[in-house]
Design a binder for this molecule. Structure first.
Ligand SMILES: [Zn+2]
Length: 419
């Protein structure tokens, strides 16, 4: 692109400026406080341009500049650009079959405050879950540490469901009360209730839990720098978020990655989806607990089971071996199809992984296809149990990060209309 005497080719100066503002804000959001010198080098722009961009973001209230803590070199210290985490935040929600989590996540990705509820599995209806989310949100928004004028930049919700990418509609929620959750326009419902109850008009994004876990792990977890990643999440159901060639693989409508419903055992148990022998009927939370004879167990029971096996309890060891063999079978299929450089074991699998990783590796390397599967790294989430929650926040921040000034102008217009 070239600009000459008022003529521009391809991209206008204003478009270029907006692009650079987005790149700079995204950089400090993902990398944390960064000196102007490092920004100058990594964005390949000159110092005065970085200074002007930083001034724009600073006067918009999105970043602030600080002197570096220690300055050892000669010359003037390079100012450090810091995302204003307390002033600019996202609301992140994680809805599961047996849990509801709500958090306030600051620009920069840090969880500032959270509320959570873990309870026995059950067919909780939409209104029940919305009630908890509303109560949690009220508590999060009335915290003393929120500075005046703070901006809620977006709302993200992670659900164990097939989410239609076009409009955020839940299309397939096999492990929740289908009559109630099926075809629920969750994004619209959240948007309306947050507006009515709290006056929050921020954009709402709804995503599949595994897809959001993959996004978070690649942005700031175990998979930073990896372009081919499979993030597996096991709860009551099982799903995968797949990143291929650096892009999230969503499928035509957004439903890709429903690996929990790969049929692995046609003579096995009936699945909540209606098919028989889906992978999640062999490795989901109910299957893990049933294998150990804890049919009425809760989520924590899985961690207890792993502890029993580690302590040498034979029944627990046998149960995990049984589960491990089914996990290994499915993982080998997934690795064969996607050739990822990394598979991340999230949710319950984070607990189970140490006990079954040997089986998974052995199975991957067996047979002649071992040579194409040997390079894959098997890891647990860098963000621990929070991958999905952080992923919901990442998705919530996206409109702001994509066009910071455009987003703020739109927000101002919306509040002028509302006011
Ligand atoms: Zn199924």
């Amino acid at each position: 692109m070239r600009a000459r005497k008022g003529f521009t080719y391809g991209v206008t100066q204003e478009e270029l400026r907006r692009h650079n503002l987005s790149t700079l804000l995204r950089y400090v959001h993902e990398h944390g406080p960064t000196s102007r010198a490092v920004l100058t080098a990594s964005m390949n722009l000159n110092r005065s341009t970085i200074g002007a961009l930083t001034a724009d973001l600073s006067s918009a209230g999105l970043v602030e500049e600080e002197l570096p803590g220690q300055h050892l070199g000669a010359g003037r210290p390079s100012l450090v650009v810091v995302p204003r985490a307390a002033h600019v935040y996202a609301l992140a929600y994680m809805i599961g079959v047996d849990f509801v989590v709500a958090a306030r996540v600051g620009l920069g990705g840090q969880v500032l405050d959270r509320r959570e509820l873990y309870r026995p599995r059950g067919d909780y209806d939409l209104e029940d879950v919305m009630g908890h989310l509303e109560r949690f949100t009220g508590e999060l928004l009335s915290a003393d540490d929120i500075p005046p004028g703070a901006l809620c930049a977006g709302v993200g919700a992670a659900v164990p469901a097939a989410v239609r990418s076009a409009d955020g509609m839940l299309r397939f929620v096999p492990n929740m009360n289908w009559d109630d959750w099926g075809d629920a326009p969750l994004g619209d419902i959240l948007h309306r209730r947050l507006m009515e109850t709290f006056g929050i008009a921020a954009p709402v994004a709804v995503g599949n839990d595994a897809d959001l876990g993959a996004l978070a792990e690649r942005t700031r977890g175990a998979a930073v720098g990896c372009d081919d990643v499979v993030y597996l999440v096991g709860e009551v159901g099982v799903g995968a978020g797949v990143i291929a060639g650096g892009e999230a693989m969503s499928g035509h409508d957004g439903y890709a990655g429903e690996v929990g419903h790969m049929v692995v055992n046609p003579s096995g148990r009936l699945c909540r989806c209606g098919a028989r022998g889906c992978w999640e009927t062999e490795i989901g939370e109910p299957a893990i607990l049933a294998a150990a004879g804890h049919a009425d167990g809760r989520r924590a029971t899985v961690a207890e089971l792993v502890a029993e096996a580690t302590a040498g309890d034979e029944k627990a060891v046998r149960a995990l071996e049984h589960i491990g063999s089914w996990i290994a079978l499915g993982v080998a299929n997934i690795v064969t199809v996607f050739n990822p450089s990394m598979v991340i074991f999230g949710g319950l699998f984070d607990d189970v992984f140490p006990a079954v990783q040997g089986q998974i590796r052995t199975n991957l390397l067996s047979g002649s296809l071992g040579v194409v599967r040997e390079g894959v790294r098997l890891v647990t989430p860098g963000l621990g149990a929070d991958s999905t929650l952080i992923g919901a926040a990442e998705k919530a921040f996206e409109p702001l990060l994509a066009d910071p000034l455009g987003f703020l102008q739109q927000t101002a217009r919306n509040s002028a209309v509302a006011g």
